[in-house]
Ligand binder design. Structure first.
Ligand code: ATP
Ligand code: MG
Length: 416
């Protein structure tokens, strides 16, 4: 992509009403556009990052045999009444609307009830189990406060997965596999070392649910951490958890975190309430056991910006950066050579953003840094004479001079 063709422009300043660092940087870089508090549009650069995060999640969910689908955002009231969760007192984030005939509808803040309802049509016998389904979807939540940029949206992208099993043991086995799959996701997104499986409230069948909490100053949660024993507990359940786990509160370190995922073992409570059953080998009707597994895709993106940015801008990990290379041309000869390099890199499948604008070098460099593209390649008139270009890593800021004929080999080399 040529920067001259990109409709977004970088901004010197973020809107005055935007207080979160992640949104300030993303808006300034042209990754997102703020529609209103808690509601953002994902522009071409931002969309590329969202899609890359989704692809990592998709590969790991497919690896545990889950099926991707996409459900509807408009939801029926009756389905949620079956579990008592239509009430605004019980669920305080509902957005609701009406059809022309006045029928009330909900905008999906979760799909737990709708998916159980849907599966009544597909699960009848033990032969239909186990089954796991997931989707990426914009969830709507009428959040009271939305001051954390894309980390807390009123409309945001979530990966939600649901698994259906014959009994508690089968569910537990899959639940544990999902924990491992989640760890692989956060590792691949570059936040694995700072992300902890955390005991939290909200298990219906089990005492706790498990949250995935990433250490982050801009996060809204507090967890208590035992780094050596690798135990993490959400503040909400600290009293129960220390008792259950046999640890002393004093051993734990208090840290600020962001919840990047949450998984629940529902046992058979929800399926019993909603009347989803199956017939076993003996022809007897049995309760179905389900789990629910969420990842905040756009929240993760915000957390990565918060954790990996510096005073000059964002710093994307290579596997989710919108482009791998930011190519900068300087001067007339430099531009001619940069055109050639651009075509060559594209031909080789390298994702390259080519700053072909007639701008000062300093402005181009500042944009490269703000956008956080992992590698900058600079081709100048002077470099053309010497037969070399500059290669700068965003993360270290170090620049090397490399001959043109070595450039592609260096760019193609797998990163560490
Ligand atoms: P929180 O406690 O932060 O409000 P939650 O516990 O209500 O989140 P879940 O229902 O567990 O959220 O949703 C699954 C995942 O979706 C969360 O772990 C989080 O990563 C993400 N998420 C939840 N709410 C939001 C939001 N308003 N904006 C962006 N991501 C969100
Ligand atoms: Mg949660």
């Amino acid at each position: 992509m040529r920067v001259s063709h990109l409709f977004t422009k970088t901004l010197k300043n973020a809107p005055a009403d935007e207080v979160a660092k992640n949104a300030q940087l993303l808006i300034r870089g042209g990754y997102v556009y703020k529609e209103m508090a808690g509601v953002y549009a994902y522009l071409p650069l931002g969309l590329r990052v969202v899609e890359k995060i989704k692809q990592v999640v998709r590969e790991e969910m497919n690896a545990i045999d889950s099926n991707e689908l996409i459900m509807a955002s408009l939801q029926r009231r009756e389905i949620w009444e079956k579990t008592g969760r239509w009430s605004d007192e019980v669920v305080d984030v509902w957005f609701k609307t009406r059809m022309q005939d006045n029928t009330e509808l909900g905008l999906g803040w979760s799909h737990e009830e709708p998916i159980v309802e849907m599966m009544k049509q597909y699960v009848h016998s033990y032969k239909d189990l186990p089954v796991s389904l997931y989707q990426f979807q914009a969830k709507m939540r009428n959040e009271l406060r939305a001051k954390s940029g894309i980390m807390r949206g009123r409309e945001f992208v979530m990966k939600d997965m649901y698994s259906f099993h014959e009994n508690a043991e089968a569910l537990e086995k899959y639940y544990n596999e999902s924990i491992e799959a989640y760890k692989r996701v956060y590792d691949r997104l570059g936040i694995g070392d700072d992300t902890y499986v955390t005991f939290a409230s909200g298990g219906a069948f089990t005492k706790f649910s498990h949250e995935f909490q990433t250490i982050c100053d801009a996060g809204e949660d507090i967890i208590y951490l035992h780094r050596e024993k690798n135990i993490a507990v959400n503040e909400e359940v600290i009293d129960d958890a220390v008792k259950e786990l046999g640890i002393a509160r004093e051993e734990l370190e208090r840290v600020k975190t962001a919840e990047v995922g949450n998984i629940f073992n529902f046992g058979s409570q929800k399926t019993d309430e909603m009347g989803l059953h199956y017939t076993d080998k003996e022809g007897k009707q049995q309760s179905l056991y389900i789990g629910s597994y969420g990842i905040g895709v756009t929240r993760v993106m915000g957390v990565i910006v918060e954790k990996m940015s510096d005073e000059r801008g964002m710093v994307w990990p290579e596997n989710i950066a919108p482009y791998k290379v930011y190519l900068v041309s300087i001067g007339e000869k430099g531009s001619k050579k940069a055109d050639e390099i651009y075509e060559e890199l594209k031909k080789r499948g390298v994702e390259v953003l080519y700053d072909d604008r007639d701008e000062r070098p300093g402005a181009k460099f500042a944009d490269a840094e703000l956008l956080g593209i992992p590698y900058r390649v600079t081709v100048s008139d002077r470099g053309v004479e010497a037969g070399e270009c500059e290669y700068t890593a965003r993360v270290t800021g170090e620049t090397e001079r490399i001959p043109y004929d070595q450039l592609v080999t260096i760019i193609d080399k797998p990163s560490i």
